[in-house]
Design a protein around this ligand. Structure first.
Ligand code: CMC
Length: 426
């Protein structure tokens, strides 16, 4: 409680509403009591609605701050590892060495997928979008791990969490291998998480793959930068599915489906498609003109965010990583030059300035992924892989605490009750 009270007046009725304070962020008005007075609240797109209480991630969109369990994303991205961030998100604290070793070894013991799972891949067309494949395969995990599906059992929840974190790189790499017609590559547990993923992506049975530590570090950083982002669309989807007591694999599959859209995780793929469409710096002005013309329906992909009305802090680290990776690899990517020109114009243009539209995490990630050799249609799969610990942490947090099935109300504007008329009378 904040000690404050809100008062809502509707006609001649007055409703007292409690106000809660978190540790950070705006106070929250508890609107539950309006139901007893015969009202619903209305907030399409959940613009101002806190759907739950959470201790995992905090964002201050005006200041461009992102904290996981209190730690700034910039520090985690530059000083930590993805596995450590997974532990932090799931457990609330950074691990000591023994805890880290134990977590790593548990993850490693679950990196393989059931051999039977490969037949699921074979049911898909080779040219299927990898997100379609990933969605199906992750949902199918619930048909394989019956021994850990009791959501009321904390040990089952733990094993499912570890299984998901361990198997996502294997599943993602298998999506790629299937699409190019190469044999699946088994995980190699002596490697760290990101190196293992890169090897499963790029090794073949004929040629092993020497992991470039620069690329492995960049991959790890990309995973960290995607690891969680509080109650975004896909995480809220995971929570919503979880609130029905669905199993964790089904919930994460629901999250993957929600992530796929170009307004959310699909934006990283859309950014590179946009850069290819623009083609060269000389076309940037014309493209920006189209974006500003609402009738054209073109968006500047990788720009704007529901919460950030300032620089997305993840975009800053992403840009820095992009520079480091390209210079370490000696790559001069004209698309980076194009992206920088686009950013420069947008940041000075009244349309974007007045709407507080800044580059988001997806603006530069595609250029790094391309430099690593990740194909365009796998970009959103990488986002899903990185976001998995966040989804699971939120699902765990919800299941371990009292919750209710998520069941929003509506403002009904359809037909009022009327009588059915037989076909011959219509
Ligand atoms: N290009 C052009 N105009 C934009 C853009 C954009 N990328 N984003 C927002 N606007 C305009 C929008 O048309 C609206 O203008 P007006 O007030 O004149 O109607 C105004 O800015 C406010 O935008 P909104 O659509 O009401 O904002 P929202 O919070 O509902 O949408 C968003 C947020 C991320 C869906 C949107 O900014 C967008 O579609 N961006 C491009 C896609 C993208 O990069 N998505 C990745 C988000 S970060 C990764 C993740 O966490 O998912």
């Amino acid at each position: 409680m904040s000690g404050k009270q809100a008062k809502l007046t509707v006609g001649d009725q007055s409703i007292d509403l409690p106000v809660y304070s978190g540790t950070l962020g705006p106070d929250v008005i508890d609107v539950k009591d309006v139901l007893a007075k015969g009202f619903f609240t209305y907030d399409p797109g959940f613009m101002a609605t806190a759907s739950c209480e959470s201790k995992i991630t905090f964002i201050d969109g005006d200041k461009g701050i992102l904290l996981h369990r209190g730690y700034p994303i910039e520090q985690l991205a530059t000083q930590s590892t993805y596995e450590e961030v997974c532990y932090l998100l799931l457990n609330g604290e950074l691990p000591n060495q023994a805890q880290m070793d134990d977590f790593r070894s548990r993850v490693k013991s679950h990196t393989m997928v059931h051999e039977q799972l490969q037949f699921f891949y074979r049911g898909f067309r080779r040219d299927a979008h990898p997100m379609a494949v990933m969605c199906g395969v992750v949902g199918a995990l619930s048909a394989f791990y019956h021994d850990s599906l009791d959501i009321r059992n904390p040990e089952h929840r733990q094993i499912s969490a570890i299984r998901l974190i361990a198997k996502m790189p294997t599943i993602a790499a298998m999506c790629f291998k299937y699409s190019v017609g190469q044999p699946f590559i088994y995980p190699k547990n002596e490697l760290d998480y990101s190196s293992n993923f890169l090897r499963m992506m790029f090794a073949t049975p004929c040629d092993d793959y020497e992991v470039n530590p620069i690329l492995a570090r960049a991959m790890d950083r990309i995973f960290i930068l995607h690891a969680d982002h509080e109650q975004n669309a896909s995480t809220s989807t995971v929570r919503m599915a979880g609130s029905t007591d669905a199993n964790p694999f089904a919930c994460i599959a629901a999250g993957i489906a929600a992530l796929w859209g170009p307004s959310h995780g699909g934006a990283n793929e859309a950014v590179l498609r946009m850069l290819s469409e623009i083609g060269s710096v000389k076309n940037v002005d014309d493209f920006v003109r189209r974006v500003k013309d609402k009738s054209d329906g073109t968006k500047l992909m990788g720009f704007g965010h529901r919460v950030y009305k300032n620089f997305d802090p993840r975009a800053k680290v992403m840009k820095q990583t992009c520079d480091e990776v390209l210079s370490a690899l000696g790559i001069q990517d004209p698309q980076l030059e194009l992206a920088m020109k686009l950013e420069e114009i947008a940041l000075n243009d009244e349309y974007f300035v007045s709407r507080k539209l800044y580059p988001n995490v997806d603006f530069y990630s595609g250029i790094i992924l391309k430099a690593i050799g990740i194909p365009l249609n796998l970009f959103t799969v990488i986002f899903a892989l990185g976001r998995t610990p966040g989804w699971i942490a939120h699902w765990q947090e919800m299941i371990a605490n009292p919750y209710k099935i998520a069941r929003p109300r509506q403002l009904y504007t359809g037909a009022v009750q009327r009588d059915y008329v037989g076909l011959q009378q219509r």
